[in-house]
Design a protein around this ligand. Sequence first.
Ligand code: MN
Ligand code: MN
Length: 263
Amino acid sequence: MNKIILQGIMYDDKSSFLKGPALAPQKIREHYRSPSANYFAENGLEIAPDIFDDKGDFQISSYFDIEEITSKNINGKNSILTLGGDHSISYPVIKAFQKVHGTVDVIHIDAHADLYDSFEGDPYSHACPFARIMEEKLVNRLIQIGIRTFSKHQREQAKKFGVEVIEMNGLHKLESLELNNPVYISLDMDALDPAYAPGVSHYEPGGLSTREVLSIIQSIPVPIPGADIVEYNPTRDINDMTGMVCAKFLKEIASKMIENNPQ
Ligand code: MN
Ligand code: MN
């Protein structure tokens, strides 16, 4: 069986409001190994540490080093799972990913569309990665789920780039979502309602439940060559609640990668 490449990107320089997500990769690993839980995913697969080709956690001094590091860690055969970091990491990660795996569809689960042309003067802010990704045509379809903070500008951006948006107030549209190509999952932890995941920088009430996110992941019928889990902010967490949710998503995404990917 092909191992899943695991990398941690310790980076939160592009966070507009609070720092903290740089601490997330190590915390997620800690919670994943917590003796309070086991390694079994809900599909019956055991996601023990030897499932991963673990490249370790990387400290980042310059934003585009993320692309270079990912390029060194990636190959065309194995799926890659990245632990962020703030959401700005997804642009350089997907840039490296696209060169090796080609142009796939993206399922982006988030309270925010992250489509700003520029935010507070920075086109690489964590509010902007999907504008850069769409401009450079790094992905085929971009499907956003859970959005509940659309500004006028971002709605226009979504229209301009042909983004398929399933807003939080229209979640029933998930039922008619059809997927035919491999997908990359970009999972921003603030997609969850703060009640389920208080360890994030931006609280946006009225969000997804842990079970709803699990259902989205578990119902993906196509190969998943890549994924990232971003925006966990351990400095805001309560009793490691959000850390354990991240660890659960790590196991569930990994198990789905194994289940769906041709070996
Ligand atoms: Mn985001
Ligand atoms: Mn967000």
